[in-house]
Design a protein. Structure first.
Length: 338
């Protein structure tokens, strides 16, 4: 190391030891794909999170640049960068939470499923690292298609003998964030007051907003229901088209990822009543994975909530969602088993 880096490293260690002695609360979090469109703002927001004491930023490009930049923020978390496959194990060792936004995003005209061929292999490699170096970490999987990458991760962990379904969580928070925003617009409310459960999965018709269960209680005309359901299901495509080839949602996604990661960390800390929607191993339907509200605790998704009463429109939507989801789950599972 040149002298400046040496000094930074020793001061990093001093601070980390200091923190350990003082017993200050804080979790160790790794972001895999930290130099990407989602990864960079996500890294910035996690550096601002008081529950994080150590933040590891891993990518196959530019990890040190992003780390140098973010490490100058005068917040508590100690930041370290890791570049390329040879440093993956160091990036993962000792982590409590691993967030994965690594992989290619959509361009106009592409579905999330079109990303499968590239992202499936990336997720497999990263999850092999997690199984080896931090098998007890909670995993927040963002890389698309989430409906297939979560089953891929599960199969990798099963093969390694480290699979704990409660700790493997597909991030669907952006669908909830969009639903809250669009419903608030229609109702003329502040989005912070609105809670829309979104169940199923994270792609097209598998994204099923339960508008009959919105809080505060309200009702929608059939036209409003149709408009809102379509807009929530196609919110991602709205951004892909507006960016016209420059990628998909990154900033709202980073916001959503931090909202979910923060909930996971509060659960790990033992806070009561932490509830979020996530795509997780589930017995709520006949499918092995399904997104619903869950209660997050010290061991991950400790309680998985049932769907609750659905209206006719939602029952029809549920059947369509399950049909598509079944195929995406099978595709993910067979990618590893074949
Ligand atoms: P991006 O292309 O801007 O960034 C991806 C990053 O992953 C790049 O920095 C790249 O170097 C890195 N990467 C590639 N291979 C890697 C590997 N083997 N190990 C570690 N890092 C690797 O893409 P963006 O926009 O950040 O999107 C990332 C993923 O998130 C995409 O798959 C996208 O579809 C997905 N996504 C998921 C959403 C959700 O709601 N779950 C919403 C929006 C995007």
């Amino acid at each position: 190391h040149p002298p400046v880096l040496q000094m930074e490293e020793s001061s990093v260690l001093r601070r980390a030891n200091c923190r350990a002695k003082g017993g200050a609360p804080g979790f160790k979090v790794a972001i895999l794909g930290a130099a990407g469109g989602i990864g960079q703002p996500l890294a910035m927001l996690m550096k601002m999170n008081p529950l994080v004491s150590v933040l590891h930023l891993y990518d196959v490009v530019n990890a040190h640049g992003v780390t140098a930049d973010i490490s100058h923020m005068d917040t508590g978390a100690v930041v370290r960068g890791f570049l390329g496959q040879p440093q993956l194990e160091s990036a993962l060792t000792g982590m409590d939470l691993v967030i994965i936004p690594a992989g290619v995003p959509r361009k106009p005209g592409m579905t999330r499923d079109d990303l499968f061929n590239i992202n499936a292999g990336i997720v497999r490699t990263l999850c092999e690292g997690i199984a080896k170096c931090c098998p007890n970490a909670i995993v927040n999987l963002i890389s698309n298609p989430v409906n297939s990458t979560v089953p891929i991760a599960a199969e990798v962990f099963k093969k390694a003998g480290t699979y704990e379904p409660k700790r493997l969580l597909g991030v669907t928070t952006l669908d909830v964030v969009r639903a809250n925003t669009f419903v608030a617009e229609v109702l003329g409310l502040d989005p912070r007051e609105v809670d829309v459960p979104v169940v199923g999965g994270h792609s097209g018709v598998t994204i099923l907003p339960l508008l009959s269960q919105v809080k505060p209680p309200c009702s929608f005309t059939p036209e409003e229901t149709e408009y809102l359901t379509n807009r929530i299901q196609n919110g991602g495509t709205e951004v892909v088209e507006a960016k016209a080839g420059a990628g998909s949602a990154t900033l709202s996604m980073a916001y959503a990822a931090v909202k979910f990661a923060d909930a996971c960390l509060r659960g790990l800390r033992g806070d009561a009543g932490v509830v979020e929607c996530t795509f997780v191993a589930s017995q709520v339907t006949e499918l092995p994975f399904f997104a619903t509200k869950v209660r997050l605790g010290r061991s991950g998704a400790e309680e998985i909530y049932q769907l609750g009463p659905l209206n006719e429109y939602e029952r029809v939507g549920l059947e369509k969602a399950k049909e598509e989801l079944a195929g995406s789950i099978t595709k993910g599972v067979s990618f590893i088993r074949k």
